[in-house]
Design a protein around this ligand. Sequence first.
Ligand code: ADP
Ligand code: MG
Length: 289
Amino acid sequence: ATPLALAVATGQAAQRGIFIKSEHTLEQCTTVDTIVLDKTGTLTEGTMSLLDTEGDAGAVRLAAILEAESTHPIAQALSAAYSAAHRPNLATTEVHETAGRGITGCVGPHRVTVGRPDWIQSTATCSDRLRDAVHRAATEGHTPVAVAVDGTVRAVCTLGDRLRPEVPALVQSWRDAGHRVLILSGDHPSVVQHVADRLNLPEDDARGHVSPADKRAAVESLRNEGHTVAMVGDGVNDAGALQQADIGIAVDGGATPSLVAADVFLTQQGLAPLDALFAGSAHVMRVIK
Ligand code: ADP
Ligand code: MG
């Protein structure tokens, strides 16, 4: 394609809600054969709601105070569920968030950790009743989050999120075009499987409990196998994989590191503009060549 044609196409993409940092990217879109998708905040709307809590209500309130320090969709749901008026007025210190795993910090006199149940259970003791709650939530397709206070799991929160309405048709159209579509998520494998079932993806192509480093490694190994990989994500946990992909795409409202790492970012809500990216660029290339 000529530089002029690429510049025109890049401008057209921008009007459709796709901001492309380099014109070269558009040419690469025509060779993509593998599309890797994050789940939470990418395939789903990322506005999670607190569906249920099991265990100690005081622990959940401490979790809500701690989560005010995070911008993760889970954190937003937890802190929204307890308005400031219903939270004890305790100072939060020594906060440390681990992308794809959770957050820990001191809330008043307590050490509080909120996050992936298997991550928390590796350092905190957990009753059978709360283990069951984790299992139940995930089997129903909801996201379980554990809350540990001073080294013991005290509560399990169940969070729900909705698939973006455009996603099933979009994924189907990519698969019809011969692309392989994979989901890599930090969420519980059962939750990821629920989404995969709704998208008719093969079991092996939907993986849960994937750490940020493993997301990146998975994209790298696909590229080493000779594939041209587009990766779509929204989180801090996706930044490495977005950078590693041939084309990294950050969704609208994504965390800053994802926007920095990406080659493309969406300026309209949802994934609908991506339809135009893969169909559109191929179309443009055909016309100019
Ligand atoms: P995805 O890869 O689907 O976008 P994330 O990597 O963002 O998911 O999150 C993976 C898991 O890490 C979540 O399901 C949750 O258990 C845990 N997690 C990450 N950040 C937080 C947080 N701030 N509070 C609670 N849990 C968190
Ligand atoms: Mg995400």
